[in-house]
Design a protein around this ligand. Structure first.
Ligand SMILES: *Cc1c(COP(=O)(O)O)cnc(C)c1O
Length: 399
């Protein structure tokens, strides 16, 4: 909540904010760790007050003195995490969900409700496979036009209610110029999936985006043990999203909220350490004859070409000259890295997007058959390079 933010007069630096955001009142409460509130229902102070608070929350507002009423509408542990993430994303508010896809679904429904008609979405490819799948499914009566960054103006129709983009994109790490898309979108709000960059390396709202989306399952949680999603935006937009959440019931569980909030404290140091190793790995792979191309954001003097990214991050992908057969072989030979989907966690994960995360994407938009995506973890760079060297070496041996 904006009235409880900050410590005194000065704005906090990113690292301090990551540690302290959402914990402003803990000393006052006489506790040190984040409290977890598991109540599914709450005693009501009276019929009128309880009813008024229920109505406020059902319409997307915050609880009033009538109390919290029921945990599908509001949970204090979840609200702490939301306040913290909102601060890190320079937003007025954030709304947390049981998964990233639940968050995106709620956004589509909220926009549809705000527009008062079936929603048309303009989406810039490449996108996370699940996002591509949901947009293309038409599940909510919505429709989608896919295109490239420079095609946004041509993709817009009278009924377009949302522009969706992801930058850097997954798995190609292509950068999309958020401000340019926002300009081309005019009055249509733009949502940026910031899962890969994290709020440590990029803040889309500062470039004019209306919403930021995170799969908190990835870097925010960071330890591969909690699923969650979150949207950050203005309080007015948040009300429409909370209303959908109250009606459809996608709220994040408080135990997951605790883990995701705890993850925020170490997010800056994890992102930087993982990024340092990713830079080493990208350099190593560029020199290898088995590798056709390495996809990793290039930063000139610490800034990306479009001036959004503050660092290249911990996700990279590379294309093997041997195509699918080589990818299949290499992926089974790692000892330190794990062959698994997901990203942003403490350990290194390698996966084959064309057959896994991007399987639902139509063939023409699917990644290269020899492309492997690497989410670099916190292992030592020395050990990780040795693992990759050994795995690639199997391509040149007979067995
Ligand atoms: C994982 C992911 C999602 C979906 O989030 P879930 O928490 O798995 O529902 C969306 N966007 C990106 C970029 C992701 O990596």
């Amino acid at each position: 909540m904006s009235d409880s933010r900050g410590f005194g007069e000065y704005p906090l630096g990113l690292e301090s904010m990551a540690v302290h955001a959402g914990r402003e009142d803990l000393s006052e409460l006489g506790v040190h760790a984040l409290p977890i509130d598991l109540s599914t229902t709450n005693p009501l102070p009276g019929i009128d007050l309880g009813g008024a608070s229920y109505e406020a929350m059902a319409l997307g507002g915050r609880p009033s003195e009538g109390g919290l009423v029921y945990a599908r509408l509001w949970n204090p542990t979840v609200a702490r995490f939301e306040d913290a993430l909102a601060q890190l994303e320079h937003a007025e508010a954030a709304v947390a969900f049981a998964s990233g896809m639940a968050a995106l679904s709620a956004l589509l429904l909220a926009r549809q409700q705000e527009c008062g008609r079936a929603l048309h979405v303009a989406a810039i490819r490449p996108l996370y496979g699940g996002t591509d799948h949901l947009l293309g499914s038409g599940l909510f009566g919505h429709s989608v036009t896919y295109g490239a960054e420079h095609e946004v103006a041509a993709m817009l129709r009278a009924d377009t209610g949302l522009v969706v983009l992801e930058t850097p994109a997954n798995p190609t790490l292509d950068e999309v110029d958020i401000a340019a898309v926002v300009r081309a979108a005019g009055a249509v709000p733009v949502v940026v999936d910031n899962t890969v960059a994290t709020p440590i390396l990029q803040n889309p709202l500062d470039h004019g985006a209306a919403y930021v989306l995170h799969s908190a399952t990835k870097s925010i949680g960071g330890h591969g043990d909690a699923v969650g999603g979150i949207l950050a935006c203005t309080e007015e937009r948040a009300r429409a999203i909370r209303r959908v959440r109250a009606i459809t019931g996608g709220i994040l569980h408080p135990l997951a909220a605790y883990l995701l909030h705890r993850g925020l404290a170490t997010l800056p140091v994890r992102v930087r350490a993982q990024q340092d190793t990713a830079v080493l790995l990208a350099d190593f792979l560029r020199e290898r004859p088995e590798v056709l191309a390495v996809h990793y954001p290039s930063l000139d003097q610490g800034r990306s070409a479009v001036g959004q990214l503050r660092g290249p991050g911990s996700l990279l992908s590379f294309e093997l000259a041997g195509g699918f057969a080589a990818a299949e072989r290499v992926v089974s030979r790692f000892r330190l890295a794990t062959h698994a989907v997901s990203l942003g966690g403490i350990d290194t994960l390698v996966q084959h997007p064309a057959s896994l995360t991007h399987r639902p994407v139509p063939p023409e938009a699917r990644p290269h058959a020899g492309l492997l995506r690497v989410s670099v973890g916190l292992e030592s760079g020395h050990d990780l390079l040795a693992d990759f060297r050994a795995a690639l070496a199997t391509l040149n041996s007979a067995n």
